[in-house]
Design a binder for this molecule. Sequence first.
Ligand code: HEM
Length: 107
Amino acid sequence: TGGDPEAGERVFRRCAACHAVGEDAQSRVGPELNQLFGRVPASVEGFSYSTAMQEFGETNVWDTETLHAYLQAPRDVVPGTKMAFPGLRKDEEVVDLLAYLAQYDDE
Ligand code: HEM
């Protein structure tokens, strides 16, 4: 994705209150985030998603573009999402974060 995964790891601290990624990651307040690229939204087994996210998943896939948009403005991209996060302001933060998460695409 072109970003800096180490900088992205620092950005991920803002997500880690609710999300885990990496070996043995479990869903918590939010779903685990392994193998995110190519994931159908709202498809982690056993996690209780909002109706809004389930509907979003009927016509979308998480890829660099949809993730970038969602992480900048969650409620604009998925109105009614229960993810209580305002969004990342800077493009660079999102690009770095996605480079970090892409490291967990094959576990
Ligand atoms: C959903 C990423 C911050 C709680 C999601 C999804 C992604 C994501 C990609 C959709 C996953 C899927 O469809 O399986 C992130 C990232 C964050 C962040 C990268 C930091 C930049 C947070 C925070 C919270 C949170 C801080 C808790 C306060 C949730 C919840 C959902 C969710 C509850 C399910 C949303 C729904 O069903 O509408 N997150 N998240 N997230 N996240 Fe986050």
